[in-house]
Design a binder for this molecule. Structure first.
Ligand code: SF4
Ligand code: SF4
Length: 367
């Protein structure tokens, strides 16, 4: 029976997604996109919006991962892991605890608090949980956003539900384009059609309402409910279920597509965790200033999870007018500007930040 495994995986997925925002590494959420500062906290590291190559790397990795999972395992994501499937399945299981009557009405009612939990969890991936709970119903923006999200999630789950999978889900359309003849699918064994009892148990349990006996259907989410239903009856007759998983998992494509995905993941991790702990960007401002005087704006990025104290200096024969001692909190950036005065002739200026084992030099023009 596939159902106990599917429920275990679904419960685990729901627990991980709900609890992950509470996990902090170096004082910051393990995984969160901070909208005001446009930075992504990712398991003890931070990606700034200016680090576009890393964002592209993340996108490329996920595209390869989706292609790998879909080509080899078909719609296993839809039937076993998609948050919509998980929520509908879990709410259905809870509904059954209330008895056998008015299941649909109870589920629709149960989805109200469940949608609220889903909506607040989604917000936690942008605003830390403690801050959300403090400002919810205080901040008008957050409250309005939460209510709109709650309504949207509730209406989608309660009234569109599985029809979303079969009609507008873009991932489902993409999957159908990626399938090949060996992809894992659920198929009815036509060669044994004469012995099928035509009891239609498989049709009755199908969450998307299809009849697998009519052949492969693009709406099938590979949830295996029909296999379990058929198995109950077939095993009594000493035969395997008529619908079953069919496909070839171990084949050349598994290795090259899986290898490419693993390689992209490794490169991404190396790029992410081997970056310098601090980065320093300097730009000369085009301000009209007396001769021998230039203004520079700079940004210092602290990529690490510890505080840093840095000194701004120049090895050139110049005077720096402005703040020299700079302190940065973990995963923070600091913008500033400094006036540079030179009494002699100077074409290139060198600016340096150093402290706590860090030393970074930048070269820029001087007029
Ligand atoms: S549940 Fe099995 S035996 Fe019954 S109709 Fe479906 S495939 Fe045939
Ligand atoms: S046909 Fe079977 S595997 Fe496909 S969606 Fe229906 S119950 Fe799930």
């Amino acid at each position: 029976m596939w159902k106990p495994y599917r429920r275990a995986i679904e419960t685990l997925q729901a627990l991980i997604l709900t609890c992950l925002p509470f996990l902090t590494i170096n004082g910051q959420s393990a995984l969160r996109f901070d909208i005001p500062t446009l930075k992504l906290y990712v398991f003890g590291s931070v990606i700034w919006i200016r680090e576009f190559y890393l964002i592209l790397g993340v996108v490329l990795f996920f595209l390869l991962f989706i292609a790998f999972v879909t080509v080899i395992f078909g719609r296993v994501w839809c039937g076993w892991l998609c948050p919509q499937t998980v929520l509908l399945d879990l709410s259905q299981s809870i509904t059954k605890l209330f008895g056998e009557k008015k299941l649909k009405q109870i589920q629709i009612f149960l989805l109200i608090p469940l949608s609220a939990l889903v909506s607040i969890t989604m917000i936690w991936y942008f605003v830390p949980p403690a801050e959300t709970l403090k400002t919810l119903f205080v901040s008008t923006t957050l409250t309005s956003f939460f209510i709109v999200l709650w309504m949207a999630v509730y209406l989608e789950l309660a009234f569109l539900g599985r029809r979303f999978c079969t009609s507008i889900c873009p991932y489902a359309m993409l999957q159908n384009a990626l399938f090949d003849k060996d992809t894992l699918v659920i198929e009815y064994d036509v060669s044994r059609d004469a012995t099928c009892m035509k009891c239609d148990e498989c049709v009755r349990v199908c969450p998307v309402g299809i009849d697998i006996k009519n052949g492969l259907n693009s709406a099938c989410i590979a949830c295996a409910e029909c296999i379990d239903a058929c198995r109950v009856l077939s095993e009594k007759r000493g035969m395997p279920p008529f619908p079953n998983y069919k496909g070839r998992i171990v084949r050349p494509k598994t290795f090259w597509l899986g290898g490419a995905t693993a390689f992209a993941g490794m490169i991404l991790c190396m790029l992410l965790w081997n970056r310098p702990p601090v980065d320093f960007v300097v730009i000369r401002e085009n301000a009209l200033l007396p001769s021998g005087l230039n203004r520079y704006s700079y940004t210092i990025y602290n990529n690490g999870g510890r505080k840093v104290a840095l000194e701004l200096s120049s090895p050139d024969n110049v005077t720096l007018i402005g703040e020299h001692s700079l302190r940065l909190q973990p995963f923070s950036s600091k913008n500033g500007s400094i006036l540079v005065k030179s009494t002699g002739r100077l074409e290139r200026l060198h600016l340096n930040i150093s402290g706590g084992g860090i030393s970074i030099n930048r070269e820029t023009g001087f007029l």
